[in-house]
Design a protein around this ligand. Structure first.
Ligand SMILES: C[S@@+](CC[C@H](N)C(=O)[O-])C[C@H]1O[C@@H](n2cnc3c(N)ncnc32)[C@H](O)[C@@H]1O
Ligand code: SF4
Length: 367
């Protein structure tokens, strides 16, 4: 059976520490090489299949059990080295240069991930690793950093563990501190990835401040119910992490606050416009971000969510009013004003729910 090459370890030569400027230049060059050039080449060959970013699901097993997560299954075997190698080679031939490892928890098999990172970076890929950090020991960080890992998406939802939300920062503080420190040696970037649920609204701000103090970015998403029925997921009903209608004002405030922090210079992956879009989805999207129209399984999956939206869209302020000037200008240039978007969303929402909703009451609630 074909296997991935064994990476050299320990390295023949230690990597030198970079100055801030060298670090920025290093990452800019990598971004041009792995994102900009492949994109431009794809535009030159519009009829070819040239993926810009690929997800390599190396693992479905996980050492944690976040109550919202249906993306892990401890009964499913992980990817083999042969599949990983063939996938990377195939993607390379297709012009792709950005590879996101995905799971489950990829670091359940650190040697495998080390091999993937070394092989993929050797073929010119930007490699992105999401992890809950529990198994990210300093030696693992050294190996992956030396192998050329480009970015670490450290997923944490709270400062201290909470029932249902085990991805917390305090149990991995030492790993976090080492990971942040070694950026200047290995050149990777780190950001905190935070899932906004009904249980961690205060933690979201606390983690944002911790990331800001550590001079790293944050990335946010709204907790979602499954888009399709997932046989292995036993928490589709009565899930304590899902955002309920009564949580919407607090989540709405939180999103506003995050947009304000973004405007004040906090490093964030999400733009102000993205926060405004999250508000729209929170209010109109059946608690579903990025799935419009809502999935037919949504009602089934979240039980009360769709029913509770009937006739009461708590919109007392147009979301576009909260956009910063730059985002408003961008949106206006794109030919869709915030108000037009809201109206379009409302029409989609009404069409999809026309059987069980009274459009007039919604119209008056939003006028
Ligand atoms: C499935 S995990 C895999 C990688 C790693 N174990 C981790 O937690 O980042 C990838 C991302 O999916 C997100 N995720 C899982 N279930 C979700 C849900 N129900 N709603 C929103 N995001 C979810 C997690 O927060 C995590 O950041
Ligand atoms: S750590 Fe990641 S894969 Fe594991 S349960 Fe949590 S979100 Fe899912």
């Amino acid at each position: 059976m074909t296997t991935l090459p064994e990476p050299a370890w320990p390295p023949a030569e230690e990597k030198p520490w970079m100055s801030r400027k060298q670090y920025q230049l290093f990452n800019r060059r990598r971004a041009v090489r792995c994102w900009l050039w492949p994109y431009l080449r794809s535009r030159l060959h519009p009829n070819d299949f040239r993926p810009l970013l690929a997800y390599l699901f190396t693992e479905f097993k996980c050492n944690l059990d976040c109550h919202y997560c249906w993306a892990h299954s401890n009964k499913t075997a992980g990817m083999t080295e042969e599949v990983a190698l063939n996938a990377i080679d195939w993607l390379h031939d297709a012009g792709c240069r950005a590879l996101a490892i995905m799971g489950g928890e990829p670091l359940l098999r650190p040697k495998f991930i080390h091999k993937i990172v070394a092989y993929a970076t050797g073929r010119g890929f930007f490699v992105y690793l999401p992890t809950n950090g529990r198994l990210m020991w300093p030696t693992v960080i050294d190996k992956l950093g030396d192998a050329g890992l480009a970015t670490v998406n450290l997923a944490v939802d709270c400062v201290d563990e909470k029932p249902g939300l085990p991805k917390a920062l305090n149990p991995i503080r030492k790993h976090f501190e080492y990971l942040v420190k070694m950026q200047a040696k290995y050149g990777y970037t780190v950001f905190l990835n935070i899932n906004i649920t009904r249980l961690n609204l205060d933690d979201v701000i606390a983690l944002t401040e911790i990331a800001h103090d550590a001079n790293i970015a944050t990335d946010y998403h709204l907790n979602e119910a499954p888009m399709l029925e997932q046989d292995h997921f036993g928490r589709a009903h009565d899930n304590g992490t899902y955002i309920r209608p009564e949580d919407r004002p607090a989540v709405d405030d939180l999103l506003d606050r995050l947009a304000d922090l973004n405007r004040s210079g906090y490093q964030m992956v999400n733009s102000c416009q993205h926060f405004a879009d999250m508000v729209l989805h929170l209010l109109f999207g059946n608690n579903r971000l990025g799935h419009d129209p809502p999935s037919p399984f949504q009602h089934h999956a979240t039980g009360s969510t769709q029913e509770d939206l009937h006739g009461q869209l708590p919109v007392d302020m147009p979301a576009h009013a909260r956009l910063c000037l730059q985002c408003r200008a961008r949106r206006a240039l794109a030919g869709a004003s915030g108000e037009a978007r809201i109206q379009r969303r409302k029409r989609q929402f009404l069409t999809l729910n026309s059987a069980s909703r009274d459009p007039e009451s919604i119209g008056s609630a939003n006028s």
